[in-house]
Design a protein around this ligand. Structure first.
Ligand code: MG
Ligand code: MG
Length: 267
């Protein structure tokens, strides 16, 4: 999301467990949202549901009040890439909506995003979603001790660009922990072998933002909404991932997402 500049914090097993628990609440929330994304629903209604769900779990929304962001969810429709503010827009058949959410529980955040479809969507847009989703898992596979952040970045970029898509440069993945955004930055573009070394105990949000057209984005006057400059659609998938025993472990999951919204990836 935002750029961060401090040193990387290594988490203990107990801290990773706390993030895993935040991640479970968040993942179950995405499961509930996946059943509620449909034609005729206002994005504000989804936001109200999410806030009530998180509070009922004894947790807090990470985004609400963060730098004065007014809502629990970032809801980004069609050409909005990220940071869309829930409003009175009514979802209609053929839309895609990226829902990004953070949950704060037991002193630790988790952060996860998923792009949902509304009714029947254009097959080309479905392909954008499938390949963006695949690029997330390609990136996660590189999240191993001994690799560097650039190995994740380069893999996501290589994969998305091989399908002719754009990779947004202005926003990046990030460390996650006691703070929503920590070091290191995890760009979705870069060079293998560059950047901070990945070690056990690191927890990072990996979050490719992929555009169907050009990668250029602009920010709207509300100070939040990031939209593609050419008005083409964009997709965004995100997991919070820990390095445990040298290997990646996603602390958020899409397993609760309803079948009709699931993206199949056999990578
Ligand atoms: Mg994030
Ligand atoms: Mg996020």
């Amino acid at each position: 999301m935002f750029k961060v500049k401090e040193s990387v914090l290594i988490k203990t097993d107990r801290e990773i467990q706390a993030i895993r628990e935040s991640g479970q609440i968040l993942s179950r929330l995405h499961g509930e949202l996946s059943k509620r994304v449909e034609s005729g629903v206002k994005t504000l209604e989804l936001d109200a549901f999410a806030e009530a769900f998180i509070l009922a779990e004894g947790a807090k929304p990470s985004f609400k009040g963060y730098r004065d962001f007014p809502a629990t969810l970032c809801i980004s429709v069609n050409s909005v890439v990220v940071h869309g503010i829930p409003n009175h827009y009514i979802l209609k058949d053929g839309d895609i909506i990226s829902i990004d959410c953070g949950v704060y529980y037991n002193g630790f955040h988790a952060d996860s995003a998923f792009t949902y479809k509304v009714g029947n969507i254009n097959p080309e847009i479905q392909k954008l979603m499938n390949e963006t989703y695949a690029s997330l898992y390609k990136g996660i596979a590189k999240c191993k001790a001994g690799n560097r952040v650039g190995d994740i970045s380069a893999e996501i970029q290589r994969y998305a660009e091989s399908h002719g898509y754009g990779i947004v440069r202005e926003l990046v993945g990030h460390g996650v922990g006691k703070n929503l955004h920590e070091a290191p930055e995890v760009p979705n573009f870069g060079k293998p072998g560059k950047g901070p070394k990945l070690v056990d105990g690191m927890v990072i949000a990996i979050e490719p933002m992929v555009t169907m057209g050009k990668r250029t984005v602009r920010q709207e006057k509300d100070g939040w909404t990031i939209r593609t400059a050419d008005g083409q659609p964009a997709a965004h998938y995100e997991h919070t991932v820990a390095i445990v025993d040298g290997k990646p472990e996603a602390l958020t999951t899409f397993e609760y997402i309803t079948e009709t919204q699931k993206v199949v990836y056999n990578g």
